[in-house]
Design a protein around this ligand. Structure first.
Ligand code: HEC
Length: 162
């Protein structure tokens, strides 16, 4: 009976020792961690493109629970993009999003809520078009977005769980 508390005490002591800074008094201070300033292309790749793909894949599976979640993730990603890069080439990104992509997300959400496959497909098409409308408007016409034909996420199952 005594062995277990002693074991836990030993683990707690080890953790406490590990938490003590290992730096001795004359060691140089750690270099400051440089700020990472992602570009708009970084944010598009990390936060927007991935979620657009996942919405397309889960949409094919009519996985309404996941779609509810991921649509909100994409909406929030746009909010974070506009917060991180408020102005791009003198254009307020929040205004661009509000005018273009957000109304298509509203439509997508209504379709998801109604669990309506035809409405979902139409709204997903409009969402995808709104990506490229902005790319053309902001002189990136060569960035062309389409509905995904195959999954780039082999470790994630987009089918609805039972
Ligand atoms: C506000 C307008 C706007 C909207 C809406 C928008 N984008 Fe973008 N996107 C841009 C701009 C501008 C760039 C180029 C940024 C740069 O080069 O720094 C870009 C770049 C990209 C890239 C290129 C990254 C690369 O390195 O290949 C991808 C992918 C992308 N967007 C995906 C999307 C998707 C998917 C959507 C819709 C769900 C979308 N974007 C909606 C403005 C927008």
């Amino acid at each position: 009976m005594l062995r277990q508390p002693a074991g836990i005490a030993a683990i707690a002591l080890t953790c406490a020792l590990l938490a003590v800074p290992a730096r001795s008094a004359d060691a140089p201070p750690p270099a400051a961690v440089p700020d990472y300033h992602p570009s708009l292309a970084d944010l598009m790749t990390m936060g927007v493109q991935s979620r657009h793909i996942k919405l397309g894949l889960a949409g094919k599976e009519r996985n309404w629970a996941y779609l509810t979640y991921e649509s909100s993730e994409l909406r929030n990603a746009f909010t974070r993009v506009a917060r991180t890069i408020p102005v791009y080439r003198q254009i307020k990104l929040a205004d661009m999003f509000a005018a273009g992509v957000i109304p298509t997300l509203d439509e997508l959400d209504a379709a998801i809520k109604a669990k309506d496959p035809a409405k979902f497909d139409a709204a997903y098409g409009k969402l995808t078009e709104s990506c490229d409308t902005c790319h053309v408007a902001l002189e990136h016409a060569y960035v062309v977005i389409r509905a995904p034909q195959a999954s780039s996420y082999p470790d994630q199952d987009f089918k609805a769980s039972k």
